[in-house]
Design a protein around this ligand. Structure first.
Ligand SMILES: [Zn+2]
Length: 176
């Protein structure tokens, strides 16, 4: 990410342990720490809402609504903000924590390592016309029934794991 030390301009700067830049010439240290992000499994009781991504990374893949948490923001507030931005819809405060999973998010040549916080929200009466989509971010939404979800169509490793974990709580093993 840095070719030169931002402090002294040396080209000896090194990136170590996937997280820290160190300059041996002036002692500059910068931790490119794991970033927090959120993902929302909107559950109608038979299906979940998946978005078609309009931009890279993973353009045209299916994804959950969500995104990076802002500085000083509570994770659930970040989740609600992202849902409002992407879908024009607020999941409310009654979100259940599902789990936190690592992910890798390449964006414009920089690799971001994230910790993604997944929540589920129950929305039995939700329909597509309740959304006002942001076309910059999203090409469309799909309500996909539990058994018709193809994990490989999902955009990110963390999302795949979270949706699998969710489906395991909804589809009894004997019916799989
Ligand atoms: Zn330096």
């Amino acid at each position: 990410m840095f070719k030169f030390c931002p402090s002294c301009g040396s080209n000896h700067i090194r990136f170590e342990e996937h997280k820290v830049f160190r300059c041996p010439d002036c002692g500059f240290v910068y931790y490119h720490n794991v970033a927090s992000a959120t993902g929302c499994i909107i559950d109608t009781g038979q299906a979940i809402v998946l978005l078609v991504r309009a931009k890279e990374p993973a353009k045209d893949k299916l994804d959950l609504p969500g995104g990076f948490v802002n500085p000083d923001e509570e994770a659930v507030m970040g989740l609600r903000r992202e849902c409002q931005e992407e879908l024009g819809w607020d999941p409310g405060s009654d979100c259940s924590f599902l789990g936190a999973l690592p992910n890798t998010y390449p964006y414009k040549g920089i690799i971001y390592k994230t910790c993604d916080f997944f929540f589920t929200v129950s929305a039995p009466t939700l329909k597509e016309s309740d959304f006002r989509l942001d076309p910059e971010e999203i090409k469309g939404v799909r309500f996909i029934k539990y058994r018709e979800i193809n994990i490989e169509d999902l955009a990110f490793d963390s999302t795949k794991r979270a949706v699998k974990a969710f489906l395991n709580t909804r589809i009894p093993e004997s019916e799989e």
